[in-house]
Design a protein around this ligand. Structure first.
Ligand code: NAP
Length: 246
């Protein structure tokens, strides 16, 4: 067993993108880290090494969040390594874009399985196993407010995550657990950049009044705040972080 007194955070999808930054940021703030991934083992190991080199504690945990048994095993590993879980960051996600009329079953089912059921799986586990005084941070998207064409399935699922966030905040009454969501705008990661032309990226970068893409660090700052004692009075809220685009 490692440090039993330090708080422990699970960050889903922490091998790359926003999750990798959130995990490293929380580790710098003193949390033990569970670096979850589904396929990118090497990338997850690199994040664990970065955390350990900086003096933190971390383990990686392979778990497809859409797999109930794998999610349970991830919580088991966290409890074995660190004695309990205080923070869950539900960051893992995929994005597949198409007009609804052109969306095949694979596009629809994979996003429901990972983005929706995956978040429900980890939320249910956290509702039963998170330490009192803990924190849950879910991930929505600012497209829930922008209503962009081609985003119908992805955005509708994320709207569901916002609803889950608000109801979970109430259902955990009495345990001093806060449940909030961050809703980033376009952020420079594989999920946003892959498959888009330079022209589209440029147009979307210029859309917010702050005229740039978000960075994983922008979002990591917000998650770190929500996981801190200073944010203890924020509960059941959706934080839109998008440079003012909506
Ligand atoms: P990303 O760079 O594509 O990274 C996605 C992460 O999720 C990876 O670590 C990936 O790990 C993991 N993942 C994917 N499927 C998984 C599964 N079934 N089980 C466990 N982990 C899984 O994406 P990102 O941009 O950082 O997005 C993070 C979150 O922010 C998502 O919820 C996304 O919807 C949300 N968001 C992003 C943007 C944006 O513009 N980037 C905007 C709004 C909201 P593996 O490689 O190991 O599978």
């Amino acid at each position: 067993m490692k440090n039993q007194h330090t708080k422990t955070a699970i960050v889903t999808g922490a091998s790359r993108g926003i999750g990798a930054e959130v995990a490293q940021r929380l580790a710098r703030n003193g949390f033990n880290l569970i670096v979850n991934y589904s396929g990118s083992e090497e990338a997850a190991s690199k994040i664990v090494n970065n955390i350990e080199r900086a003096g933190g504690n971390a383990i990686s945990a392979k778990a497809d969040v859409s797999d109930v048994a794998a999610v349970k095993r991830m919580f088991d590993s966290a409890e074995t390594a660190f004695g309990g879980v205080d923070v869950l960051v539900n960051n893992a996600g995929i994005m597949k874009l198409a007009k609804l009329a052109d969306s095949d079953d694979g596009l629809i089912d994979s996003q429901i399985a990972i983005n929706f059921k995956g978040t429900i799986n980890t939320l249910r586990e956290a509702a039963n196993r998170l330490q009192d005084g803990g924190t849950i941070v879910n991930f929505s998207t600012s497209v829930v407010g922008l209503y962009l064409e081609n985003y119908s399935i992805y955005a509708a699922i994320k709207a569901g995550i916002e609803t889950l966030t608000k109801i979970m905040a109430k259902e955990l009454r009495g345990r001093s657990i806060t449940v909030n969501a961050v809703a980033p705008g376009p952020t420079a990661t594989d999920l946003f950049l892959n498959g888009k032309s330079a022209e589209v990226i440029d147009k979307m970068s210029k859309a917010p009044p702050l005229e740039r893409l978000g960075t994983p660090e922008d979002i990591g700052n917000i998650v770190a705040f929500l996981a801190s004692e200073e944010a203890g009075w924020i509960n059941g809220q959706i934080i839109r972080a998008n440079g003012g685009v909506v």
